[in-house]
Ligand binder design. Structure first.
Ligand code: NAD
Length: 508
């Protein structure tokens, strides 16, 4: 196979540079690694050789592949050694002036055709290029940590990046067995931007007294289908690192409420509660995440009444039927609407961004219990429920009993708008929609980046299409009106898709 780039220079032999050098060498490129710290490049190569050898010992790599990859990595003592590189990737400190100075030196050393790539996570590619004689040759090549393992590469075009240059870096990323996603230089690119609501909404649930940390994580995992809850993930990433990214995106978007940081996080970071690395964050370590508490309890029902008019609830109805519980059409004069059903004394309403108390008031219903959205009602292990202020505890128990009878665990949370999963999925989709609207990436690109970059089980836009854009839109509209917080304003693209009865993703 012909290689897009044969000789690759990597500047910065820290966490990212060392990993990137190994990726390029494994794909057959000759790699030169340079670091400003004496001996750092050689040390990184030695460490890389050891990890390749360990992979060979485990049978994950042939001994020949491990040896040839290691043999293709060479320490450089001077930037002048990069004179014959056809691609140079920088992974030095996250500082605009330092990156500009480095690329300026490289421009005077390398050929005019050499492609310059930056692994920056947060600096504008356009701004780095502003100092260069050939900004069209500069592109973002944003790997994720650990680079040898995580497949995503955001290929970031600045305002002046030549599309042929981004094309070549995209092709090289594929040759290096990575999955490139094209995007436009903008704060947070795709992943660091679209992932913000995952943490942001969890903080808002916590800060409005909706549920405690462990319950929020449990519901995000077992109803939301996420691999890790927001708080355990924050502990893993480091609250300080995450806060820095949040603040950088928030400031870059002129302090848009969408990205507003949390005072709880600020306070914890100030107190040195940085997560696993300091032994204490939302959980204490090594104990970590506690076991789930026992579910709430209620009597098993024999029947529910439902008006079949909600795509989102239909899979749950199938599960109820399969559980041997009868589904009866609601009575003619029953005021139940779409997304609502009756079990015992409870009127269960799928969360549409309104609280149970609000629904009871606005629709003149009694004993309203809101049901949080689940990513997939046909297989979720848990649901979250909340009762309105006038709902009796007996009615809540009737709703709990239904889910327990189906073998589904129940977390009862406070009556907050948008509950936990509903607001999270709606806000992730909304952010993804705005990224598409603003030309940052395609809908497919956003979905791929979120699956590969932060391990989401499904892209946010594909999830929204599947759940139903009317519901996603309603959650945002209702939360916007309830909270008055501009963070919940809908993306114009979401609104347009609702009106046009369209979808974010083309049907496969
Ligand atoms: P790091 O601190 O582990 O490594 C940086 C290395 O660059 C150090 O070895 C340092 O000696 C060297 N260096 C600094 N200035 C230099 C210069 N002018 N010339 C040559 N070498 C120099 O940092 P890292 O985590 O590898 O991050 C590097 C870059 O990658 C940053 O831009 C960061 O934002 C980005 N990034 C980091 C991650 C991550 O998770 N760590 C993920 C994606 C992107």
């Amino acid at each position: 196979m012909t290689q897009t780039f044969k000789t690759v220079g990597v500047v910065g032999a820290g966490t990212m540079g060392a990993g990137i050098a190994q990726v390029a060498a494994a794909a057959g490129c000759t790699v030169k690694l340079f670091d400003a710290r004496d001996g750092a490049a050689q040390a990184a190569i030695t460490k890389s050789k050891e990890s390749l050898q360990a992979l060979a010992n485990k049978g994950k790599l042939t001994p020949e592949a491990a040896a040839s990859t290691a043999a293709r990595m060479h320490p450089a003592t001077d930037l002048n050694d990069f004179h014959d590189c056809d691609l140079v990737i920088e992974a030095i400190i996250e500082d605009l002036a330092a990156k500009q100075a480095l690329f300026k030196s490289l421009e005077s050393i390398c050929a005019e055709s050499t492609v310059m790539a930056t692994n920056t996570s947060s600096i504008s590619v356009t701004a780095i290029g502003a100092a260069l004689a050939r900004p069209e040759n500069l592109v973002g090549m944003h790997f994720f940590n650990p680079a040898p393992i995580l497949p995503l590469v955001e290929v970031v075009s600045g305002q002046l990046t030549a599309s042929a240059v981004a094309d070549r870096v995209e092709a090289a990323s594929r040759e290096w067995k990575k999955t490139p996603v094209r995007c436009k230089s903008s704060p947070g690119f795709i992943v660091n931007r679209v992932a913000r609501p995952y943490y942001g909404e969890a903080f808002r649930v916590l800060e409005s007294g909706g549920a405690d940390v462990a319950t929020i994580d449990l519901v995000l995992r077992e109803a939301g289908g996420f691999k890790m809850g927001a708080f355990e993930l924050l502990d893993l990433i480091g609250l300080d690192v995450n806060l820095m990214v949040t603040k950088s995106v928030w400031n870059a978007y002129y302090q848009d409420a969408r990205y507003r940081p949390s005072l709880t996080q600020e306070e914890m970071v100030a107190g040195g509660m940085h997560g696993r690395k300091t032994g204490r964050g939302f959980y204490t370590y090594p104990a970590g995440v506690p076991a789930a508490p026992a579910s709430a309890f209620g009597p098993a029902p024999t029947m529910v009444q439902y008006l079949s008019e909600s795509d989102a609830l239909d899979p749950l109805m199938e599960r109820i039927k399969a559980g041997g519980i009868k589904i009866q059409s609601r009575k003619e004069d029953d005021p139940l609407g779409a997304g609502q059903f009756r079990v015992g004394n409870a009127v269960v309403c799928l969360s549409d961004g309104r609280s149970a108390t609000q629904i009871a008031y606005e629709e003149d219903l009694h004993n309203v219990v809101t049901l949080d959205l689940a990513r997939d009602f046909s297989m979720c292990k848990r649901v979250a429920l909340a009762k309105g202020d006038e709902t009796t505890t007996a009615a809540l128990a009737d709703a709990v009993g239904l889910f327990r009878a189906l073998g589904i665990e129940v977390s009862v949370i406070d009556d907050i708008p948008g509950m936990i999963v509903a607001r999270t999925l709606a806000m992730l989709a909304n952010e993804g929609a705005d990224a598409v609207l603003q030309g940052v990436s395609s809908a497919e690109g956003v979905d791929t980046a979120m699956k590969l970059g932060v391990n989401h089980p499904e892209g946010p836009l594909a999830a929204a299409d599947r759940i139903g854009l009317n519901l996603i839109n309603a959650i945002l509209v209702n939360m916007h009106s309830h909270t008055g917080d501009d963070r919940y304003r809908q993306s114009m693209l979401l609104q347009r898709k609702v009106w046009g009865e369209g979808a974010f993703r083309d049907p496969q």
